[in-house]
Design a protein. Structure first.
Length: 236
């Protein structure tokens, strides 16, 4: 049976596969047309895979650029991945949170925990830095440009990964939006209400800051724009 054949006899297995709530998103977008809903779901999956392809290229470039900047400009006696407590020393901030009022949090606790987990997954303390870096998630790199790291990471090191005058908040905002979209793609969530063209613009913009040739390469090999243009007509 073709993947987009959603006749009455096939609807039951489609609901078991996707679950009624997940399928319902696409039925709602297609006015209850099961065949059109499955076409739209297939398109969404292809679009997510295409965006993930481009984002994978950017993530590798970003982590390597940050690794070079941290290695060359922090002035550490060892590689920064082995000096986690120095790079991500406890920094306490008071936050307003819930009915219990203000609480004190260590804004570097998650970064230290992520680094420690990456070291374990890479094979332990003797693992080469490159192997540790490969184990770090996009979420780890995403938060290195947050305002909390303006003084400790951006000014002394990370700004060297970009052209002079690059705005940290601009980089952080764009990478943050890409991180949110990456998580949606990773969890196979609908992309129907997201401006994919704008998010792909974020991706290409950050790529150009890292290296204009990288931007050109990603754009040349990307299928995102073609898929956006080929979105199934739903009648809504």
């Amino acid at each position: 049976m073709p993947a987009n054949d959603a006749t009455d006899s096939s609807r039951e297995w489609v609901e078991r596969w996707l679950s009624p709530p997940r399928l319902g998103v696409y039925l709602n977008a297609t006015g209850g047309d099961h065949t059109a809903a499955l076409d739209l779901y297939e398109w969404n999956a292809r679009l997510g895979a295409a965006f993930g392809h481009d984002l994978a290229h950017l993530e590798v470039a970003l982590r390597n650029a940050y690794d070079r900047a941290l290695t060359e400009h922090l002035g550490l006696s060892t590689h920064w991945t082995a000096a986690g407590t120095q790079v991500f020393a406890p920094v306490l901030r008071v936050r307003k949170r819930g009915p219990h009022g203000k609480v004190t949090v260590d804004i570097n606790a998650k970064s230290r925990a992520s680094l420690e987990r990456a070291i374990r997954e890479a094979g332990g303390r003797k693992a080469p830095p490159g192997k540790v870096i490969a184990q770090l998630t996009f979420g780890f790199w995403r938060y290195l440009t947050s305002a909390a790291h303006e003084v400790t990471l951006w000014r002394p090191a990370l700004h060297h990964a970009f052209p002079p005058g690059t705005s940290r908040p601009d980089v952080d905002t764009r990478v943050g939006r890409l991180h949110e979209l990456r998580n949606r793609v990773a969890h196979h969530e609908p992309l129907l209400g997201i401006d994919i063209t704008a998010r792909h613009g974020d991706l290409l913009h950050v790529a150009a800051l890292l290296d204009p040739q990288l931007r050109a390469y990603i754009r040349e090999h990307s299928t995102v724009a073609d898929l956006v243009a080929a979105r199934p007509v739903t009648g809504r």
